[in-house]
Design a protein around this ligand. Sequence first.
Ligand SMILES: NC(=O)c1ccc[n+]([C@@H]2O[C@H](COP(=O)([O-])OP(=O)(O)OC[C@H]3O[C@@H](n4cnc5c(N)ncnc54)[C@H](O)[C@@H]3O)[C@@H](O)[C@H]2O)c1
Length: 265
Amino acid sequence: MGTRLKDKVAVVVGAGSSGPGWGNGKATAVTFAREGARVFCVDRNLAAAEETVGIIKGEGGEAVAFAADASSSADVKGMVQACLGTWGRIDVLDNNVGISRDGGPVELEEKDWDLVFDVNVKSFFLTCKHVLPVMEAQRKGAIINVSSIASLRAPRGIRYIAYNASKGAVNSFTQAVALMYAEKGIRCNAILPGLMHTPMIDILKNQYAAGDYDKMIAIRDRASPTGKMGTAWDTANAALFLASDEAAYVNGHLLIVDGGITIRA
Ligand SMILES: NC(=O)c1ccc[n+]([C@@H]2O[C@H](COP(=O)([O-])OP(=O)(O)OC[C@H]3O[C@@H](n4cnc5c(N)ncnc54)[C@H](O)[C@@H]3O)[C@@H](O)[C@H]2O)c1
C-alpha cells in the first residue's frame, strides 16, 4: 500500500464501470485506495459501485458504496451528508460521470442534448455546490473533473455534438472554479483522456465500424500515435497526481492524457 493519499477521504462519482472491465472511475477509486485514501464510491448503479468496493476491500483498503444519480440535487446532497457521516471530511472529489449520445445538431433529439448536459455538466456543478463548502471549512481540497479531448477536437466521422459541447463546458467550469477557490486552498483541475479502452466505448461501435466492436478497437488503436488506445489506469494515474499534494501548485490545468493524438497534424 502506498501513502500518496494517506489520511485523505476521496469521493469518486461514477466509481463503477458500465460493463465488465475497467472504467476510468473504477480504476481511479482503486488507485486512490492503493495510495491510502478512504474511498466513497458513488454510482447510480449500486452493484457497479459495490463491485469496486469489493476490489478495494479485497486488497486491504477502505471503501464504502453509495447509490446516487449525480444529476439529481437531492441525491448529491445525500451523498455528501453520507460521506461526512461516515468519515467526517472530503479531501478529494473526482467527478468522473459522463455519457454520450450519437448525433450532430440536426439529428440529435433535444431530450438527448438535455440528458448529456445534465449528466456531464450539471452533475459537476451539483457536486461542487455541495462539496466546496466542506473543503472551504477544511481550508483544503482537490477537485478533479474528467473531461475529454472531445472538448478540443471532433474526431473525424464521429458525430456526438452534445458530448463535444458538454466537455468544453467542463473545461471552462473547471478553470472558473479553480480561480474562485484558489485562495481558499482548493484546487480544481481537469483530465482530458483521449481514446481509452474502457467499457463505455461499446456504444460508439456503430459510429466507428457499423456495429463491429473488434473493428472499432482496431480503428481506435490505429488512431493513436502509440498504436494503442490508453487504458483506465492512465486516467487513474493522472487523477492520483492531481489529487495528491505533489500537485499542490497545479490549479486550473487541463491535463491531456492521449498518447499525443491532439498534437497530430
Ligand atoms: N473511454 C474513453 O475513451 C473516454 C475518453 C475521454 C473521456 N472519457 C470520460 O471518462 C469518464 C468515465 O468514462 P468510462 O469510460 O470510465 O465510463 P463508464 O461508463 O465505464 O463509467 C462511468 C460510470 O459512471 C456511472 N454513471 C453514469 N451516469 C451517472 C450518473 N448520472 N450518476 C451516477 N453515476 C453515473 C455509470 O453507471 C458508470 O459506472 C466519462 O466522463 C467519459 O466521458 C472517456
